[in-house]
Write a protein that binds this ligand. Structure first.
Ligand code: SF4
Length: 291
């Protein structure tokens, strides 16, 4: 358990990072040909029932008043697929808060796409795992930063670890394979848990992925507490093969290293602060509306 850390900064109004086009710094963006987007991240809602310390200052921050209905979402996805999109990831905010989520998943699943995935904080996944599976969702990524209930509550400003774990177990029971767990690493908080998180995931055939705190949302307030991907990897060296980290084709910016003892197990690293991966990105972002 780490020492107590306060995240009670004064409330402020900021736009949520997932609602904006990615910031492309002219000093960092390499010269390259623009790739025609093949994947899209669809932010169904800006709302969330958690307020992670690197994301938003409170649970009511920055919500939009407008929303798209199912018909509008369908029209947008039809257009994106007609334009060449073949992989869809549903995100938020927290997408499981959207009242039409299952219907939207069912609608998207009927399109000629190769991959349909969803990223969730899993607080409501115990209820939605089976309906989502039956609606045609292929894959799930779950955000979970700590296996310590007190630390989890602190990092999410009130989240209940047991709900999330129940959601993950429900998803496994519903038949979701190839699950990934995303943990944002904050120095002095959960950086002592990396090995425990890896073992917990591998025991459940889940791929853990560790993310650097990024300088968006509330991230700049934690600038001094960024743990680089290379440091994370060094800490996990006893568990990992000595090999170059590899990107998984068509599956985003994470770089993976295999387990030392079993080549079927991996750990992923997402290094959005110490590295840039814009050159190889083929992802479009679409967001509009609240639940
Ligand atoms: S669960 Fe995701 S959207 Fe919600 S506060 Fe945390 S990082 Fe932000």
């Amino acid at each position: 358990m780490s020492s107590f850390v306060s995240y009670q900064d004064p409330p402020m109004s900021v736009a949520l990072p997932m609602l904006r086009e990615p910031v492309r710094s002219p000093t960092r963006a390499p010269a390259h040909e623009v790739t025609s987007p093949r994947s899209v991240r669809v932010s169904l809602t800006d709302r969330c029932d958690l307020a992670c310390v690197y994301c938003r200052p409170d649970k009511q921050d920055g919500y939009l008043d407008e929303q798209l209905d199912l018909e509008a979402w369908s029209a947008m996805l039809d257009g994106l697929v007609a334009a060449g999109i073949r992989r869809v990831r549903i995100t938020g905010g927290e997408p499981l808060l959207h009242p039409n989520l299952v219907a939207i998943v069912r609608r998207i699943a009927q399109l000629p796409i190769d991959d349909l995935a969803l990223t969730t904080n899993a607080t409501r996944l115990a209820r939605f795992a089976v309906p989502l599976r039956e609606a045609g969702l292929h894959r799930l990524n779950v955000s979970l930063d700590s296996l310590d209930a007190d630390r989890f509550a602190r990092m999410t400003r009130g989240g209940k670890l047991a709900q999330v774990v129940a959601g993950i177990e429900a998803a496994r029971a519903a038949g979701f394979k190839d699950m990934k767990l995303n943990a944002v690493v904050v120095r002095g908080e959960n950086d002592s848990e990396l090995e425990e998180i890896v073992r917990w995931c591998w025991d459940r055939e889940i791929t853990p992925r560790f993310l650097e705190v990024m300088m968006i949302g509330e991230g700049p307030k934690l600038r001094s507490r960024v743990v680089s991907g290379s440091e994370m990897r060094a800490r996990l060296a006893p568990l990992l093969a000595q090999e170059d980290a590899r990107v998984e084709p068509d599956r985003g910016p994470a770089k993976y290293v295999r387990a030392r003892h079993d080549s079927k197990l991996r750990v992923g690293f997402i290094t959005g602060t110490t590295d840039t991966y814009c050159a190889g990105c083929d992802r479009r972002r679409s967001s509009r509306g609240t639940a």
